[in-house]
Write a protein that binds this ligand. Structure first.
Ligand SMILES: [Zn+2]
Length: 440
């Protein structure tokens, strides 16, 4: 192998994902994230400032948030990703600037530079990430989020694959991760995510459906709301899909969906425009990079204006975060108002990264079970939590069986490195995978 892979973050934690791939003489940065939950004294590692190109696996802040500082420092190389990844990233990053009180001029300048550097790449098409080097990079579907990719690098001397975050293969709205790898050339090094390397998810959609059905019925009976501390794209879409399916089969009454966008709370009637994003066929062109994501089109405008107030909602509503900033922003306002109410149900859909709002709520529930008072610290304030919490773990990240399936599809792997998981999850996955292969 003519280079090395260096972890600049997510070494024995799930965030921030920043990986330096040195191959064929070039320095390529895979992802440029920030720690989930926003540690204030955190800084990007020095090494990122000298890279020749950035390649993004997907648009979660723990993979892209560092681009704000990187671009501010004068970075002028290309930023590669699928079109969906680039568009969602642009939305989240500019929102984050606005949310941090930066001026409109700053946000416009960032967006202009970002647009100048962004290079969209469809799945499966090899490209030269840095001109003048004999290196090819190819993005392959990862099944974790719209546009999410694994990255394959090839130089004359090496073949290196970075998994990116891998999704669960039973996602109803995303295609599963890529397994049809070219078998002609052995893989020198694989960097594999290990978020859920220590567990096996229940792969039974009926159990999840029954759980969600009960959540909805209880919410409607109590005239409460459902809060989902997750960004409107990705796992929230999967939740909306599951809700719509339950409503269509008559198991629940249709609910209103709302996303809190920077412009205010946007409502969506359940059977209407979300259809656009609700089946694999319509998602494919987006994920393949042929079509832009239209955030404005996601939400209907009601009451003759863009947004409504929470107090104006006279029926039970599912509220998700439309800004994707986790512990900050408008969504926290709803949490402060609704968490103290016992009729509220918080749905934790998928993995809650340490430091995020969902993670804080998950921890609060555990301390409540142990008998102590349950409060959640949100934007500097301790908020009493009387709401109930429902967890749906089998979303967003591949479990160890799925990680093994992904790994087994690669030919002649010489070395595997793990990242994006706790030290315990990595050790457990390593042990489990060895035993499994010895037994098999
Ligand atoms: Zn992710």
């Amino acid at each position: 192998m003519d280079g090395r892979v260096r972890l600049l973050g997510a070494v024995d934690a799930t965030t921030p994902s920043i990986t330096l791939v040195e191959i064929g003489g070039a320095q390529l940065l895979v992802d440029c994230g920030v720690p989930a939950g926003g540690a204030t004294d955190w800084q990007l590692p020095e090494e990122v400032y000298d890279v020749d190109a950035v390649i993004l696996t997907h648009a979660h802040m723990d993979h892209i948030g560092g681009l704000l500082d990187l671009l501010k420092s004068g970075y002028s190389g290309p930023i590669w990703g699928t079109r969906a990844t680039l568009e969602i990233s642009r939305y989240l990053l500019t929102n984050s600037l606005r949310g941090n009180g930066r001026s409109a001029d700053d946000t416009i300048a960032f967006a202009a530079l970002y647009d100048h550097l962004a290079r969209a790449l469809p799945y499966g098409q090899a490209s030269t990430p840095v001109s003048g080097y004999d290196i090819k990079a190819t993005l392959w579907e990862a099944g974790h989020l719209v546009g999410a990719a694994s990255i394959e690098f090839q130089s004359p001397a090496s073949r290196v694959i970075v998994s990116g975050d891998l999704g669960s293969t039973d996602s109803p709205i995303l295609n599963g991760f890529h397994t049809a790898w070219n078998q002609d050339r052995a893989v020198d090094f694989v960097l594999l995510e290990s978020t859920h390397g220590d567990r096996t998810h229940p792969h039974d959609p009926q159990t999840a459906d029954t759980q969600l059905e009960q959540v909805v019925k209880q919410t409607i009976a109590n005239r409460g709301h459902i809060l989902v501390p997750a960004f409107v794209l990705g796992r929230s879409q999967q939740l909306f899909y599951q809700l719509r399916r339950l409503a269509e089969s008559g198991r629940i009454e249709p609910l209103l969906m709302a996303a809190d966008m920077p412009s205010g709370l946007r409502l969506n009637s359940p059977a209407a425009r979300f259809n656009l994003l609700h089946d694999k066929k319509s998602l494919q062109p987006i994920a393949a990079g042929d079509e832009a994501l239209d955030f404005e089109g996601l939400f209907e405008q009601r009451h003759g204006r863009n947004s409504v107030r929470l107090s104006e909602l006279n029926q039970s509503t599912v509220i998700v975060d439309g800004a994707g900033m986790g512990a900050g922003g408008r969504f926290v306002g709803h949490l402060k108002e609704l968490l103290p109410k016992p009729e509220t149900i918080v749905v934790l859909y998928g993995h809650q990264a340490p430091g995020t709002t969902g993670w804080l709520i998950e921890n609060a529930i555990e301390s409540r079970a142990a008998g102590s008072m349950s409060t959640v610290r949100l934007a500097g304030e301790d908020v009493l939590m009387r709401a109930s919490v429902e967890r749906f773990p089998a979303v967003s990240h591949a479990d160890r069986e799925e990680l093994a399936t992904w790994l087994d599809a690669l030919p002649g792997v010489k070395q595997v490195g793990l990242h994006h998981g706790t030290a315990a999850a990595q050790a457990e996955f390593t042990d489990w995978y060895r035993h499994r292969n010895q037994a098999g």
